[in-house]
Design a protein around this ligand. Sequence first.
Ligand SMILES: Cc1cc2ncn([C@H]3O[C@H](COP(=O)(O)O)[C@@H](O)[C@H]3O)c2cc1C
Ligand SMILES: O=C(O)c1cccnc1
Length: 354
Amino acid sequence: MVSNQCIQLGQAIGRIRPFNEKMASLADRHSDRLTKPPGSLGKLERMARQLAGATGEMWPDLSRKAVIVMAADHGVCAEGVSAFPQEVTGQMVVNFLKGGAAVNVLARQAGADVYCVDVGMKDDVREEGLIRRNVKRGTDNIAAGPAMDREEAIAAVMAGVALVDELAQQGYRLFATGEMGIGNTTASAAVVSVLTGLPPETTVGRGTGIDDAGRVRKVEVVERAIAVNRPDPTDAFDVLAKVGGLEIAGLAGVIIGAAANGCPVVLDGYISSAAALIAKQVTEMTLPFMFASHLSQEQGHAKLLEALGLSPLLHLDMRLGEGTGAVLCFSLIDASLRLMQEMATFESAGVSRK
Ligand SMILES: Cc1cc2ncn([C@H]3O[C@H](COP(=O)(O)O)[C@@H](O)[C@H]3O)c2cc1C
Ligand SMILES: O=C(O)c1cccnc1
């Protein structure tokens, strides 16, 4: 039976417009008329091209910006895969809502709003400002069986799509992906291993800072999760349901939703990029809307970005998550658009060229 959620997801995918090559070429042409050697602004120029092609506008107004922090818990924490206890997820969510986390500070600096979503937290947090879209009170332990069922995975994806639809209605045009979920680098590594074929030895990192022995255990846990669940790498929802997480699913939905609304979406670190791999698997049409913000210190992130065909803008040795790296790149996107709009051309400034 095809559920209502599946139909809505199909409709969202159907709304994604293909990359506008004509607008991208116009952006390139304009860029080459500006008072600089062609290509000398590097990725800032390529960004302007991609923004034009993705939005279908030469000068998109991306002044309204939102970072969506999807929060969820992970049953796999029972295997001792994180350096922090599970209750930190809920405690950090309260911190986000009070404005005290790193992502809040960086969002204030970037002129962006933070939206925190309970898509799968274990605790029923009722703090003011929390967007309550709980699909399941934490995943089950992926080392012993599936994280969730397929319907729950699709419902979490749709929670992300629907939220972006709402925010786009309110005028937001630029999104960043963020997350909070103790244990989520383990689920992300499992998703990445299944979808890329890379062994867990390559995709498993230290997350919040586990030691060598902890990492050996984490690799073994991811190997077991894949062996026990046997997810189908050609079926993104099977992968999400068997070895994923509710925030990873929610963020895949945010990415699909952004694309459906013609809005660029800036990816944060490892977990966000794992969600992007899911979105890419659902439809490659999401790819032109994605920007990779930074290269996380988390092992495997470089290979994951390679699998997405994306090149990170920043190398800051960060390994936090929450959306921090993505929000930092909002100012680079603003810079790219501003250069395109405000720089003089060779003609207008009377600067010679051959
Ligand atoms: C205080 C604190 C704030 C955080 N903000 C993001 N994360 C990050 O750490 C978690 C993933 O690492 P692991 O898989 O090792 O648990 C996620 O919640 C992620 O967003 C945090 C972690 C902690 C402890
Ligand atoms: O890259 C990330 O997103 C990350 C890395 C470590 C811990 N939490 C998040």
